[in-house]
Design a protein around this ligand. Structure first.
Ligand SMILES: Nc1ncnc2c1ncn2[C@@H]1O[C@H](COP(=O)(O)OP(=O)(O)O)[C@@H](O)[C@H]1O
Ligand SMILES: [Mg+2]
Length: 235
């Protein structure tokens, strides 16, 4: 991201959610984005993922400048290069876990084999839940299905907005261990928003936002160290 500005609204109601953000999310590593409520974390994630159009500045994913891409290119990018996981899972309740996982490829007009779906669910430790519906799964299991669904297109980047925000600490740990394994074993690139220092400490580096600007970037801090940096921003 280079000099990214994102404004919402017009005239007196205008809000500058991102105020000139320049940063890199290194391939094959896991970055956490932290900051006080309203500091622009979700906006940053949506702009980086091409889910929202920036007001000015540049966003590049690999070789592709998504700020100058056509609508068709952006749609293709979102379907094939981007995985997105939400706090609220966003699974379709009427579909089984397997059908939820297959959905992104079906939407992209790609044939999906049962084996492919089983393999991706096995990757999140849920091969035996392929026929379960979301309400028959725990919160942690539902989030792992959502991660499998995000990964089925083999995206270049997995974006996650508070992925453990709705989970108890034990389920959260399972999800964080899964993300860690995706980075270490497969070289997956992950960008994750969280407000929880213990969650951020699982990542390789932490970017701190305040009032729409990046004010710090750290690596190797434990939860206590992350909490101290965050507290300094909230003063
Ligand atoms: N769709 C929107 N319309 C208007 N203002 C928005 C919209 N989305 C976010 N904002 C504003 O932008 C700022 C940053 O929001 P957000 O990125 O959601 O922060 P965070 O995720 O860090 O809590 C806030 O002031 C918020 O009210
Ligand atoms: Mg948010």
């Amino acid at each position: 991201m280079r000099g990214v500005v994102k404004e919402y609204g017009t005239r007196q109601a205008r809000v500058r959610a991102l105020d000139g953000v320049s940063t890199d999310f290194p391939a094959g590593s896991w970055t956490a984005v932290m900051g006080p409520s309203g500091s622009g974390k979700s906006t940053l994630l949506h702009c980086a993922a091409g889910l929202e159009v920036v007001t000015s500045g540049q966003v590049r994913i690999g070789e592709l400048d998504i700020t100058t891409s056509s609508d068709a290119e952006l749609t293709a990018l979102r379907r094939r290069q981007i995985g997105f996981v939400f706090q609220s899972f966003n699974l379709l309740g009427s579909l089984t876990a397997g059908q939820n996982v297959a959905l992104p490829l079906k939407l992209a007009g790609v044939r999906v084999s049962a084996r492919e779906v089983r393999d991706v669910l096995a990757g999140v430790g849920l091969a035996d839940r392929i026929r379960h519906r979301p309400r028959e799964l725990s919160g942690g299991q539902q989030q792992r299905v959502a991660i499998a669904r995000a990964m089925v297109t083999r995206p270049a980047v997995l974006f996650a907005d508070e992925p453990t925000g709705a989970l108890d600490s034990k389920s959260a740990r399972v999800v964080l261990d899964l993300l860690r394994d995706m980075v270490d074993s497969d070289g997956q690139t992950i960008v994750m928003v969280t407000h929880d220092p213990a969650v951020a400490a699982s990542a390789d580096q932490v970017v701190f936002l305040s009032d729409g600007r990046i004010v710090d970037r750290t690596a190797g801090l434990n939860a206590h160290g992350v909490a101290e940096r965050l507290a300094a921003l909230e003063d």
